[in-house]
Write a protein that binds this ligand. Structure first.
Ligand code: UDP
Length: 240
């Protein structure tokens, strides 16, 4: 069995939705512990881990804008919500003995460090898990785009996109179309052209332009983050 990690530095994207478990809203403590356990396993392999958290379990800008709010205001609320998720994940990781730092793109000095690229890299080199909160700090973007941006900045070798309830990229939504089949690999141009719902087009183009591969896999299968890091054939790999 392989125990040499394929990657030295990764960005792990955890959507807000994944944190809600079956509740669909809020944070499920069992789920967050499971994620923290999986991250701990990977940290023990001496892989440098940066985590980008979403906030769909609490608030999405698009929902606020449908309610008649300004999109930008609603998006800032979404960015604030990612900070709550980041703190919850930090708490779970630290309870397992993993040193972590939360860095937020939106200044919130009482609860998180500001995002400082070189400092983030230093934390990673010291073996701390860095959790990036606050998205990119800009409205009209997503936390998927944040994952692509931070991966480029810190020179991560891959983005691991851990999904809730789906184990890769399919030709169509497998929950709606029983004939949908899973891709084992594809390229970002296909994601863009075929409108595959892996990530938004801003995020996909950023990955494509900066040559950052993306591995999409199921989060709810215990040990999957470790498998992904070891380079086992799971999920769908999206490349150039
Ligand atoms: N958001 C934003 N700019 C960013 C990242 C996030 O405005 O750079 C807002 C946006 O409103 C989004 C919300 O934060 O709907 C939550 O992020 P996202 O939808 O990406 O979370 P996920 O789908 O991963 O749970």
């Amino acid at each position: 069995r392989v125990t040499t990690p394929k990657y030295r530095r990764i960005v792990l994207k955890i959507s807000g939705e994944a944190l809600a478990g079956d509740h669909g809203f809020g944070i499920d403590p069992a789920v967050i512990r499971n994620i923290a356990r999986q991250i701990t396993e990977v940290a023990q392999l001496h892989v440098q881990i940066a985590v980008v958290v979403g906030a769909g379990n609490i608030w999405r800008g698009a929902a606020g804008s449908q309610m008649g709010m300004d999109r930008a205001t609603a998006d800032y609320m979404g960015m604030l919500a990612t900070v709550m998720n980041a703190l919850a994940l930090q708490d779970a990781l630290e309870k397992m003995g993993v040193a972590t730092r939360v860095q937020s793109s939106i200044h919130m000095s009482e609860v998180a460090e500001p995002y400082i690229r070189r400092r983030a890299i230093r934390h990673l080199e010291k073996g701390r898990v860095v959790i990036f909160a606050g998205g990119t700090g800009n409205p009209f973007f997503s936390t998927d785009t944040t994952a692509a941006l931070r991966a480029a900045e810190i020179e991560a070798e891959v983005i691991l996109m851990a999904k809730n309830g789906v184990d890769g990229v399919y030709t169509a939504d497998p929950q709606k179309d029983p004939t949908a089949t899973k891709y084992s690999e594809l390229d970002f141009m296909q994601v863009l052209n075929e409108g595959l719902g892996v990530m938004d087009s801003t995020a996909a183009s950023l990955c494509m332009d900066n040559d950052i591969p993306l591995l999409v896999f199921a989060l709810n299968e215990e040990g999957n983050i470790r498998r992904a890091v070891l380079g086992e054939k799971i999920g769908t790999i999206v490349g150039k």
